[in-house]
Structure formats: structure tokens, C-alpha cells
Design a protein around this ligand. Sequence first.
Ligand SMILES: [Zn+2]
Length: 449
Amino acid sequence: MSGLYSTVYTGALRIKAALRGDRQFSIYRSLLREQYLPPHRLEQVRIERFKKLALRAIDNSKYYHQRLSEQRELIEKMQSLEQLSLLPLLTRDDLQQHYKEILCPVDNTVYADSSGGSTGSPVNFYHDRDYQMFARGLHLLFMSWIGVSYGDRTGIFWGADRDFKEASFREKLDARIDRIMALNSFNVDEISMDSFLRQLEQFNPTYIYGYASSLALAAERINQLKLTGIRPKAVRSSAEMLYESQRQVIEQAFGTKVYNFYGSREINNLAAECAAHEGMHVMASGRIIEVVDDNGQPVPDGEQGNLAVTDLTNLSFPFIRYLTGDMGTLKSESCSCGISYPLLAGLAGRSSDIISFNGLHIHGEYFTHLFYAQPLVKQFQVIQEEADLLVIKIVLRSGELDTQPLLNQITEKVGPSVRIEIEFVDSIPPLKSGKFRFTINNYNNRRKV
Ligand SMILES: [Zn+2]
């Protein structure tokens, strides 16, 4: 049950939306039904949406006219989403070089945006109003899964994002009306973190969200201080890879479940966990996620590969089979919650950040697990610099760390031919985007350029 404030607040938002012709609430209502369609009917709905997107792209976008015209008949007669694998992929390079030719505005509501990405140069793209309204509708659907509403008291632990700046008076007033308390967790020292946590305890938020690493940082402090007064209904982790060790720390600190959420600046609301926590539901009414190998061939469910995403809602700037740079695994089983949206078994992080020696890929989870067991370690980052060189940066809380047991353990994992250098540093800054990377593969990133 939502509180009175959020009922009134949501009511006001509905009126405001209706006056502006914003259809997010009506889209949300139709999604509430659509999520329970039998899988074959849901697939039909998605195929129809895909046909509309792709055929319009062929007719109106210079880029897709060249890339997809030959497959027009296949698209017109498409029977199954598996046939998508016969169409070309859209790479980050394609986007960088051709974004102007991809653009095919439906009307005059297109907004330019860009994404820095974790490596390399930024990409430019556009969103339109339909995309935005559908994204809000999908987000409302996700909020219904975790039992929170607009207007619920919300605490935010953000990274040093470009969206996060010193708030103006107007913004501070809005935050009071919206009932939001936010902390830019990466730039805080322990004193301001502690004071924020005490204020948050008073504020008593129903909902908390933030970057995985920021939430984990705050959660560790909550556990150290033994604060037990911050008890939200749900915590959403987004923007970064959520490791199991972080999930445990966060759930312990807030006494509730963490819901992992996957989105990107190019296409938001891609997948998210429901209350059953059996994987992340692909937001299938608006998004298609395929998993492909390095040659672009589909991999079977249960196997890890590159995520290729199609956005069914942005007709003005079609993302068709876009390689996001993230890796993950699809699940063939359906979720016990009854929602028919397919499940992503898990995300493995940015392909550019996966450490690999002699063909052996080492999941970031290995390192987070290793270092979370070290109480002296405050922060760490593992960087592959060469084919046979691993550099580990460590920020200590206090005292000295005996590195020999760590070195032995890691050597056992990566093999004796890999050199391991440990550097003790005062701090490890996040990326400009505010995201924090626990693992970076500089060697692979250099070779890709
Ligand atoms: Zn579910």
C-alpha cells in the first residue's frame, strides 16, 4: 500500500501528464496487462512492433535503407524473433560514424544525447517523445514489481555523475516536494557520509537507489556504525555491475532486498529484477535483448556472450541489434512470478573490462569476492596492463596488509606466467561518468583501437 502522500502526489502527476499529452500512465496500464500475455502472444506483439520500426527505418533512414533494404521481405514475413539473427548488428563504431544517417525523425520531438561510455570516444544519438513516454511507462512497471510509487520518500546514492551538480534553490524546493534526499557518495569523506546517513535515518525513506558501488560504500559504513534505522521497502542498484558480495553487504545494511536494474543512456529500462529474484526480466514490451558471440552468431540460452539490443520504441532513431558492449547470459526458464518477459540470468559487465590471460576469462566477481574478505582494504582496482601483467591498486583503511597470501591466491587463478604488481594508493577516482570500475582491461582496450 502506498502512503497518502504518494497517492496525492501521483494523482497530481497524472493530471500534469494528461495536460501535457504525456501518455506514460496509459502506457503503464497497458504494460500491466501485457506483461502477463502468454509467451507466444507476447512474441507476436513484439514482432509487430519490430516490423513497424524496421520497415519505417528502411523507408526513412538513409543508413537502414542501405543496410536493411535487401531484408525487407524477410522482415515483412517475420514469424519468429529468432530471425533477427539474419539481420546486421549495429556496432558502436557504426553509431559513431553514421548517427546522422540513422536519424529519421517521426516529428519535431527529437532530442540529441550522447554517452561517454567507459572507454573510447563518445557516441551521439537521439531520443524522441514516444521513447521517453514508453521508458517512463516501463519504469512505472518496474516500480510496481518492487512495490514503490512516485512520491515515496527516496534516498539516492549517486556517483559523481554529470547529472549531479550543486542544487539550486528551485531544485532544493523540488527535492522537498518530490521527497528526495541525495548524496554524491564518491566525493564524500567519512564525516559527511556519517552525517548524511544520520539524516537519512530521520528521513526514513521507503525507497533507496543508486550506483552499485556507491550503495555498497554506504552500506559498509552503515554496518560499521551498526545503524539499524534505515529500513526502505526496496533498494534499486543500477548504472554499474552489481557483484554478489556487494548485494550481500547492501541487503544486510538496509534489511531488505536489492533489485538489480539494467539500462544505458542510449536505451534505458532494458532489464530488471522482480520480487522473485530469479534473474532480470527483459523489458520485453519495449526492448529485445539477444546474446551473440564475437562473430555475431546467436549463442544458446545459458551461455555468455555480447548483448545486442533492439529498442522497439524509438522510431526516430532506430537502434536495431545494437551491441551495447555489455556481456550477459539469457535464461530459458520462465520466472515463477508469472510475468512472461524473458529472463537474463546475469550480467557479466563491460566486455572491455573483463580480465583474461591465456584465453581464460576471469569474472570481476572473483576479485570483489577476494577483496571483500579483506577488512583492511577500503577500495581496490584490478588492471590488466599487458598480456602477462596485472596491476592491483589498493586503498587501505589503516595499518599494513600482508600481500603474500593474496599474491599466492591470485597466481593460482591466473597462472604463474602472469606478473602481479600491487600498488598502495591514497584514492582511486571514478570515471568522469561517476561510474566505478573494479576491473579494467587496458591491454585489450589498446588492441581494439
Ligand atoms: Zn519474475
